[in-house]
Write a protein that binds this ligand. Structure first.
Ligand SMILES: [Zn+2]
Length: 365
């Protein structure tokens, strides 16, 4: 599906002009940092994105119903939030909104025939079942309609994952390339068939009028009227093409593309290029990988006796929480313990002396 008209490279960002400006009357393009949205696309948090889509569906339907400025504003905010999270979801969003608009306000299955043909049989069956199960009544507003479009979003996200899986595998292979490979040479590491496909990709360059300044990374029609600089643009139309163009730009600029030592997902460090951990809170974790990484590094640096000391400290803590009468003694012990730890680290007392001291639990009796 053609979703972009044209792409511009500007400093450390890519600018895209959409070909689908019908979903929003003024918003026609977006600017995003090279690499970062591509990384999000291959490691996106599906649950989080489904939450964003629920809001979008709700606000879009309200907007279609009322056509008021307030509802348009809420819809716009929900739409921008998804593009800000990952511009590569724009096609999914566009398909979803087109489906909703075509079916509004009666939501009859016939209105959707042309969109459903894109899904596999199981998907169409799931969607149609939901359709026939609900009692169709024109202008019915209920959770049923929301759940219907949520199913459509799930199907579209399945498609999105199919699309991103290939480039995700390529990125893993590139990250595993020998350390001495730099720039576009990192592509050498891919297998022959893959290279053949990638080397045949074309990104035709054309002269074009530049976009004007972005506002919060967005381009709006009214603000672009005066744009007249002539610059090079790239004729890229699909999400897949733009993803590979983004990837090649990362490599060409020698940006550090690597695998996070905690979540095992590819990332591009935003700060120090030698960081081993990404800055994301990945599904299943409650801290940023970088925070988990520094805790682990700290633990690995601890001597055995220090590890034992911290375990003992925790044990005493538990004992005191069960017996609050020990609280004052524990506070005194903690001050002394800090001094002893410093003395041990400074080599003033030996590991054995330190251990003998903290293992002595006479103060708890
Ligand atoms: Zn990570």
């Amino acid at each position: 599906m053609q979703i972009f008209n044209v792409i511009y490279k500007k400093e450390k960002t890519l600018q895209c002009q959409f070909s689908d400006n019908f979903i929003h009357p003024r918003y026609f393009g977006s600017e995003f940092p090279i690499g970062q949205h591509l990384i999000t696309a291959i490691s996106y948090d599906r649950e989080y994105v489904m939450g964003l889509y629920k809001d979008l569906i709700q606000f879009y339907i309200n907007f279609l119903d009322t056509a008021t400025e307030d509802d348009q504003h809420l819809f716009e905010k929900a739409l921008f939030k998804i593009d800000d999270y990952c511009i590569y979801l724009h096609e999914t969003t566009s398909k979803l909104l087109t489906m909703i608009e075509a079916a509004h306000p009666c939501y009859s299955l016939n209105d959707l025939a042309s969109f459903l043909k894109d899904f596999d049989q199981a998907g169409v069956a799931r969607f149609s079942k939901q359709y026939t199960q609900r009692k169709t009544s024109c202008r019915q507003r209920s959770n049923e309609i929301l759940s219907l479009w949520c199913i459509a979003s799930e199907l579209l996200l399945d498609e999105f994952e199919l699309l991103t899986n290939t480039i995700k595998n390529d990125i893993y292979d590139i990250c595993n390339a020998p350390a001495e490979a730099t720039g576009l040479d990192r592509l050498h590491h891919l297998d022959y068939d893959k290279k053949t496909i990638l080397f045949k990709m074309e990104f035709p360059i054309r002269l074009n009028y530049s976009l004007s300044k972005s506002i919060n990374s967005k381009f709006f029609i009214a603000d672009n009227l005066g744009a007249s600089k002539v610059v090079y643009s790239v004729a890229i139309h699909t999400v897949r093409e733009l993803m590979y163009y983004d990837l090649f730009t990362i490599l060409e600029n020698n940006m550090p593309l690597k695998i996070c030592k905690n979540c095992n997902m590819p990332f591009i460090p935003k700060g120090r290029i030698d960081s081993l951990y990404c800055d994301r809170i990945m599904p299943g974790f409650n801290k940023k990988c970088s925070a988990i990484g520094s805790i682990n590094a700290y633990k690995n640096n601890l001597s055995d006796v220090e590890t034992e000391y911290y375990a003992t400290h925790r044990r005493y803590n538990t004992r005191v929480s069960r017996n609050p009468l020990l609280k004052t003694e524990f506070e005194t012990w903690k001050i002394k313990a800090k001094e002893k730890l410093t003395a041990y680290r400074n080599g003033e007392i030996s590991a054995d002396e330190f251990k003998e001291w903290f293992m002595d639990d006479a103060w708890t009796k």
